[in-house]
Design a protein around this ligand. Structure first.
Ligand code: HDE
Length: 723
């Protein structure tokens, strides 16, 4: 797939470097308007005032790492033109040694990620709940967000079936707050001690290291069918949430119950939610599979392109609020059990502010790879609960950065530097780069005048909430309520529309069909029987097995319509429409349609038989028949003349690749519009011209009609099962 960056309509124009190597010194290519790096603060958190670009890549001439100017980086120093190479070539050794150590260990989970900078603007509605300064009315806080898949390696594809990470770093005036969440509100396990087990099961098999970034294999289903507390999470990512359309179209969840503390010291229990302005949308499974082959960077590219073209994605941050009672229960749901969520119908989400992502990273390694999140990065007014999963995470994240980022000073990396002043007594260690003063990094001291001093709550200190601790014997055991493994999987499944349920059936059938061990398939069917008899029997039919009887019947009829992704209408800004042209297309109408699409805040990409410019114009095309595939478009606009009843009177055969594009778009329930020979092209692709979601007419009619259809994301009626 070609990279559209240079000519994304709406993107600020970019000065591209000349292709030949310049002979005169000149400034490096500046960052593009959509990119910026971390704020220039010192390791101790104070603004450096350094001009942009003074840290690295400055000056006209190539230098060594020590700043010595270099005359030649293209040839190693040899004894004569034919060698051998001399050991004294310190530049060669510096260059190769640095290269040899360019890679760092990838994250053990969430290795594959994409990031962006942005800002969080608080509404001030949370001040009664929390004294956190960044939640006060009108406060703007810089943020950095990293979205990720969980299981795959750093180079794996984006559109795999998996949970997505949704980690946000708020650089607040009171220190850094990290909200390290996922796009699914429940988790696999209840206790941190099980995390290595679930991750080992989900990762590729140790003997052949297959499959990459997939849960469709024996070890995963072996574990989740035995450790049935994982069933509640598993059904969420067997559903459409496991294959998001875009990072921009995902909800985010803090998962655990957190505690907010207000100025009066009152504690309230909350669950954090991110609600995307773009709506919550997913791919369909076949589409996701094609995406992974055509464009493994689909989600990363989508995020960067949206920001580059000024289509800034945004989310509202909200909380579900629960009274802090002794039993930590709400409507029968144990708030300490991270495999349970609280339906929004029982506790509506109250909005606290909006996050907008408005800048791409300048350097992926320095920012997206080196950013280090930690649920223990808290600010006054936000505290943790005793959720046993969260308690374990409070240990794990700090620990993992030490091996991943090579020592305990990762907080000094530009992307991790707090924007609040840092005045610690931590010293030395690998990669220390802070310019510390004073002789007494210990407390109490008199030599540094007793500095730095402790702060009290009145001076903004974080005061741990004095939650009483139960007087009990030490045990390795769960509360009784944790043994309910099925009720919420049932609730989730029954809350989905028929179309979404059909996708869940297909996903289980596909994944279990990829297992080799019959016993694992049967054991998972037994788990499905406890969730829903209909689900179990449909999956069993697909596998050619008989459906087992449930060990326990679901007792509740409860549903939560809010978990379904179908039914609402959403803004169409940022949606992508492919305009398919050919040699006989009317350029006037094509450009009229393109402008109308842009005016509606959407992105039009011109697809032509070959590259270059649109026939008869100087307008660049973004895709060719060879590089385009339906999956990167939310809708198609057929501006073709090819077909039996050619517009121009001259017969142009319909290209096979156009037929594939149209057939796929139709199969994936996408809106299709057009004029000219649209009918011929649809028929040639085997598409029913009278089907729902097909609109024909001039651009001024078709574009608004497509936009209206896109508000619902897909033409749901096209799926065999009605929504
Ligand atoms: Fe994580 N998790 N996790 N996790 N997690 C990591 O930290 C861990 C859990 C989540 O973009 C690691 O820096 C344990 C729940 C995200 O950099 C590691 C347990 C949730 C990211 C780690 C959990 C998450 C991570 C790997 C069970 C959703 C990516 C690299 C107790 C609420 C952050 C790293 C990024 C990353 C441990 C469970 C979300 C090893 C032990 C629940 C979004 O520390």
């Amino acid at each position: 797939m070609t990279n559209p960056k240079e000519n994304i309509p709406g993107a600020p124009s970019v000065q591209t470097p000349k292709l030949e190597e310049p002979t005169e010194p000149r400034k490096p290519v500046p960052p593009k308007p959509d990119q910026h790096g971390p704020e220039l603060v010192s390791p101790t958190g104070t603004p450096t005032g350094e001009p942009e670009g003074s840290r690295a890549q400055a000056g006209d001439y190539l230098t060594t790492a020590q700043g010595g100017r270099l005359a030649d980086t293209n040839h190693s120093l040899k004894a004569g033109r034919r060698g051998p190479t001399l050991l004294q070539d310190h530049h060669l050794r510096e260059k190769i040694t640095h290269f040899d150590h360019e890679r760092i260990p990838e994250r053990v989970v969430h290795a594959r990620g994409a990031g962006a900078h942005g800002v969080f603007e608080s509404y001030g509605t949370g001040t009664g709940l929390s004294k956190a300064g960044f939640l006060a009315a009108g406060v703007e806080t810089p943020v950095f967000v990293r979205f990720s898949t969980v299981v795959g390696s750093r180079g794996s594809a984006d559109a795999v079936r998996d949970t997505r990470g949704f980690a946000v770093k708020f650089y607040t005036d009171e220190g850094t707050f990290d909200l390290v969440g996922n796009n699914i509100p429940v988790f696999f396990i209840q206790d941190a001690i099980k995390f290595p087990d679930v991750v080992h099961a989900a990762k590729p098999h140790p003997d052949r290291e297959i499959p990459q970034a997939q849960s469709a294999h024996d070890t995963f289903w072996d574990f989740v069918s035995l450790h049935t507390e994982a069933q509640a999470h598993t059904i969420w990512f067997m559903a459409d949430r496991g294959i998001p359309r875009s990072f921009r179209m995902m909800e985010g969840f803090g998962v655990h119950t957190f505690r907010l503390i207000n100025e009066e010291g009152k504690s309230t229990l909350v669950k954090f939610h991110w609600k995307p302005a773009q709506g919550v949308h997913s791919l369909v499974w076949e589409e996701a599979q094609i995406v992974n082959g055509m464009d493994p960077d689909f989600h990363r590219r989508d995020l960067a392109d949206a920001i580059e073209s000024g289509n800034y994605p945004s989310w509202e941050l909200g909380v579900q609020v629960f009274p802090d009672t002794d039993d930590e229960m709400f409507e029968g749901i144990d708030l300490l059990d991270p495999t349970k969520f609280v339906p929004e119908e029982l506790a509506p989400v109250q909005m606290l502010g909006r996050m907008t992502l408005n800048a791409n990273p300048k350097n992926y390694f320095a920012e997206v790879e080196q950013v280090a999140f930690h649920p223990g990065h808290l600010v006054p007014g936000i505290d943790v609960t005793n959720d046993p999963l969260l308690q374990g995470r409070l240990f794990s994240y700090l620990d993992t950065q030490i091996s991943r980022l090579g020592g305990p000073n990762f907080g000094q990396l530009p992307i991790n530097r707090p924007h609040a002043p840092v005045n610690d007594m931590l010293r030395d260690g690998m990669h220390q780069s802070a310019d510390y003063i004073g002789v007494a990094p210990y407390k109490p001291n008199s030599l540094d005048g007793g500095c730095p001093f402790h702060a009290g709550a009145d001076a903004g200190a974080f005061i741990d909430f004095p939650q009483p601790v139960e007087s009990a014997a030490k045990v390795r055991a769960n509360p009784a309520s944790f043994s309910d493994h099925y009720s919420q999987a049932t609730l989730f499944y029954r809350s989905l529309s028929a179309t979404e349920q059909a996708h869940v059936v297909e996903a289980y059938t596909f994944e279990l069909g990829k297992c080799y061990e019959q016993v694992i398939r049967e054991r998972q069917l037994a788990a499905l029987a406890n969730i829903d008899a209909g689900l179990c029997s449909e999956v069993a039919t697909g596998l050619g097995l008989s459906a087992p009887e449930p060990e326990q019947e679901p007792t509740s009829e409860a549903t939560s319509p809010a978990v379904s992704q179908i039914g609402g209408t959403w803004p169409v800004a940022g949606r992508v429409i492919g305009i398919v042209t050919d040699a006989g297309s009317d350029p006037q109408r094509v450009l009229e349609a393109r402008d109308a699409i842009a005016a509606a805040g959407m992105l039009a990409l011109l697809v032509a038989p070959v590259g270059g410019t649109l026939q008869g114009t100087s307008e660049p095309v973004q895709r060719t028949y060879a590089s385009a595939r339906s999956v990167e478009f939310d809708a198609l606009l057929l501006a073709t003349s090819a077909g039996a009843g050619s517009e121009t009177g001259q017969h142009i055969p319909i290209d096979e690749r156009v037929k594939v594009m149209v057939a796929e778009a139709f199969r994936h329930a996408k809106a299709i519009g057009g004029w000219g020979s649209t009918q011929d092209v649809l028929k040639a692709a085997g598409v029913d011209v009278d089907a729902e979601g097909i609109v024909q007419g001039n651009p001024d009619e078709v574009v608004p009609a497509l936009a209206t259809l896109l508000e619902r994301h897909r033409i749901w009626q096209r799926f065999a099962t009605q929504a």
